[in-house]
Structure formats: structure tokens, C-alpha cells
Design a protein around this ligand. Sequence first.
Ligand SMILES: [Zn+2]
Length: 371
Amino acid sequence: MFAKGQTVIQYMEQLAPKHLAEEWDKVGLQLGSLHKEITGVLVALDVNDEVAREAIRLGCNLIIAHHAIIFRPLQGIQTDTPMGRLYEKLIKNDIAVYISHTNLDVTEGGMNDWMAEALGIEDGVPIKDIHSEELSKLVVFVPKDHHQKVLDAILNAGAGHIGNYSHCSFNIEGYGTFIPREGAEPYIGESGKMERAEEVRIETIVPRSIRNKVVQAMLKAHPYEEVAYDLYSMDLKGRSLGLGRVGKLKEPVTLRQFVETVKIGLQVDHVRVVGDLDRPIRKAAVMGGSGAKYYNSAIFKGADVLVTGDIDYHTAQDAGLAGLTLIDPGHNAEKIMKVKVTEWMAGKLAEHKYETAVYASGVNTEPFRFL
Ligand SMILES: [Zn+2]
């Protein structure tokens, strides 16, 4: 059985929730429809004509890409222009295009974590914080005989994380009252009669990203027809999420050695380097795409080097003067997402026994040649 478009995207948004995208960004479904069965998914960094042809050849009717195919407001779609022809080809071949961009950069276990891992950066934290996760307090009242079952469901769905502790909850016994009205099918009690039930009040904490998942798991495990529960929004903030990662290397290396790590880890043949090649690198920062404008944040967080693409002449001079070394592997180093998203999606689809195939695009969309 093939997965439905909505199902594939639900998995994608478990990896990179849309609300993590920056405000200016264009993410989500950009072209086509998800109301169909997905025969194959092609994961690409950019969508161009060659990628569209690859999707057709592989029988994929969904492309998940990092860079938007529609960014500025469209004035029209003229099919005698290169972009117009691309949109036409995709639509005529019923290929939907879904974009996961800054949300994939920011999310934990996404683009920047993959790049950090490839460079041997340990326990990376964001270079630039942009979200503090919203927290809710979840309170639910459960009959005593179902207490453990509901508690397990809530905590196993991921609620109750505080710092390095998981499965945190508070439980207090009491009693609840209710009168089942006409039409009710009560788990305990009878119609029209005041019931007094031994119950436990469970309370715990839930981050926004998994709130729906936790509530669904709770409702499924709860025996009552109408579950009494509350979600309070809290002033306390959860973990910080943001762009880039900065962290220590396992052991200090010279900039010269670290350049080799970057080339191997990110699979690039050439990099541009700013700084003394013998300088020791203890703490490294990496940001997918164009992150040079955050060089001050990288310095503030103690980085000796910033690895990012698209570094311009003046920023290179300024960062160098400020004492930061730089390595530019090119914007295309983000191609790491092709294999990583493919692995994630193939795992999710296999877990649910879908036949939908997933491919990492083999098209090299690097526009530059180094001669
Ligand atoms: Zn990018």
C-alpha cells in the first residue's frame, strides 16, 4: 500500500515542524496536491529541470526539497520561461513539491545537527537562538484503576521532560463527581445519579511540538467517554532552538587539520579559508546555507571557527579582524540533507509498512565549477 500525501508530510513535520520556520520563509506544500497516494518521494536540495526529470524517471510524485521553488510573489507563469516550464512540467506530471527549509535547519536532529555531527562537534547548541519552546501544563483526572495505564501513555509519548530527567509527573488521589445525563454511556455510574469516583489527578509538562501526540495518547488510554483534562500555557520556557550549532571538538586540532575534516565530513573538494592555518581550534560553529552574518554570535559563544557558505569579501574581513577563523564549504554543503531526510522518511514508511519508495536525488545542483 502506498502512503497518502498527508501521511508522508506528517512524518516530515515530525522531523521538522512547520512552526519552527522563520517568519519570512516559504515552507510547506508549494505546488500540486497531497490528496493522492505517493508512489515515490524524491529528496532534493534544489528543484530544477534535471531534478524534475529524475522524479519522472523514478516514478516519484512528490519532491521534498530544502530550497523553495516559489519565493517571491509570482506575477505570472509563462511557460516559455525556464521557471514557467519547470512549473508546467511538475504540474503536468502530477508531481507535488513540498519545502522544508529553516524549520529543517532549526529542528533538533535536523540540518545543523547533521552538519555538526559530520564535523565532530559535540553537544552543539544553537549559534543564534530563535525559539524557546512553549510549554504547557497538562492535568488529567483518571479513575484509579486506569491511573498507571494513562500515566504510562502520557509519559511514553514524551511528556514530563525537565532538564536531564524524563518521566516527571505529580499524582494525587482524590475523588471526582459527575451525573451522567441522558444519552451518556458512562464507564462508571448510572444515568441521572450523582456519582462519586475515586480518581487520580496527574500533572506533567508538555512541550508544544508534541502536545497533540501526548493528548491523543492520553485520550486513547483513558476509559472515560468525556475525559476531564486541562492544558495551561506557562510563562516558563523550554529548550532553546535556533540556527547553527556550536560546540567543542573531541580534541583540539589546527585550522589546517579541521579543513580536512570539513572536506571529508561535508563531501566537498574545495573550501575557502580565512585565518591562520596553524591556529588551534577547540570549539567550532557550523551553519548550513549562508550564516556569515551570525559571526558575532559564533564569537560570543566561544567559537574559534565558523563553517558556513556564501561568505562575502567584507564579512570575511570583518570576522577575520574580530579574531574568528572561517571555512566556506559552499552553500551546496547542505546536500547532506538529501541522504539524511531520505533515511528518516524511508524508516518511517517502512515502520508503517508502506510501499512508497524514497530516493535521495543524485543531481548535483552546485552552480559553481572550480577551475
Ligand atoms: Zn540553503
